[in-house]
Design a protein around this ligand. Structure first.
Ligand SMILES: [Zn+2]
Length: 70
């Protein structure tokens, strides 16, 4: 025999205003764009950091995301 399921009472969730989220959205957006740059374009003539270290470090992600590489 199935046991009756007690009605769940959802906890009250306080809404977060757009004003509170906006600075974090901008911050993580900039962080994400920097990461996308280093994964996708940090190579050769466009490289900001000399050497192959950054490119080698993100190389698998580059192939995973389908950026042209070699
Ligand atoms: Zn490659």
């Amino acid at each position: 025999m199935a046991h009756p399921i007690a009605p769940a009472t959802a906890p009250a969730i306080a809404p977060i205003s757009l004003k509170a989220i906006a600075p974090w959205a901008v911050f993580f957006g900039i962080l994400l764009m920097a990461l996308i740059y280093f994964v996708g374009a940090e190579q050769g003539a466009t490289a900001l950091i000399s050497g192959e270290n950054v490119h080698e470090w993100v190389h698998d992600g580059r192939h995973l995301l389908g950026f042209p590489c070699h």
